[in-house]
Design a protein around this ligand. Sequence first.
Ligand code: ADP
Ligand code: MG
Length: 319
Amino acid sequence: DELVSQIAAGEVVERPASVVRELVDNALDAGASQINVKLMAGGVRSIVVEDDGIGIASAELPLALRRHATSKIGSLDDLEAVSTMGFRGEALAAIASVADVSLLSRTASAPHALRLDARSGELGPAARAVGTSVEVRELFFNTPARRKFLKSDSTELAHALEAVRRHALARPDVGFAVWHEGKLVAQWRPARLDQRIRDVLGEEFLEGSRPVEHAAGPLTIQGRTALPELSRARADQQYVFVNGRYVRDRLIAHGVRSAYEDVLHGQRQPAYVLFATIVPELVDVNVHPTKIEVRFRDGRAVHQAVHRAVEGALAVSRA
Ligand code: ADP
Ligand code: MG
């Protein structure tokens, strides 16, 4: 099972940023309102993610590290949940197979927190407010070939920050803070979406972009798309969220680009932040274990809606 987990880890854990993505994901699932990420050496030496979510009940603490242990599918009748969540209960087990992991957690009804060290299995009382801290140390210590592929600390930090940035854009209602080597490097307080975009991507992004707002039956598209001048400077800023989850989708990217071509006659790499909301039955999120890819039931309809949404936003700005 250790080996299976390590293989799964190859799919899920590529670098510290992947760990950050999964741990923050869990914190959000636990209903956290504030999430703190603390990194050492770009996250290679250690990653700590603290949340003020519901915590993990003491009896479930050891289970959280097992493969396919998930508290998020109540029963098999919960077919909807199975189909929308897929790849469940793999992340923590996968991470624990390639790093030293410890969990520190407390629920509201518990008299105190408990700390579990995954490697030794040691379980003991600890001090903590309600919520969870997950600590991941020495990533890839037992898979040197993979460790070798890690880049410099500053590059790994940049990727980890980007992972938090994506979550922060998806959840403006949640506060985020990131520390590196004990220094606060990013902090985003709970805000409305426009303010969060301003905080994460800068005032220039808000000023140099146009609101996108489009509804097409079971699909709505909202967000902001950058005007040409800003796009040139921010060609790397392309954020797409489907039902609140960051994804990379060629179909959507193409829909955006084709709208720029039609309206502005050639804008190679526009910058944008788009939130697509679609009824769950029309999208498969279980294409990849990290859920970074999705498959739409009706890709053409999605492409067309994105195209129209962006076209509309850009056309208004020219009027
Ligand atoms: P999944 O998120 O797909 O359920 P994970 O391996 O990421 O699988 O996590 C396993 C389980 O551990 C979760 O289902 C949840 O019950 C518990 N868990 C992990 N992180 C947290 C957290 N920060 N707060 C509360 N529970 C958590
Ligand atoms: Mg998870």
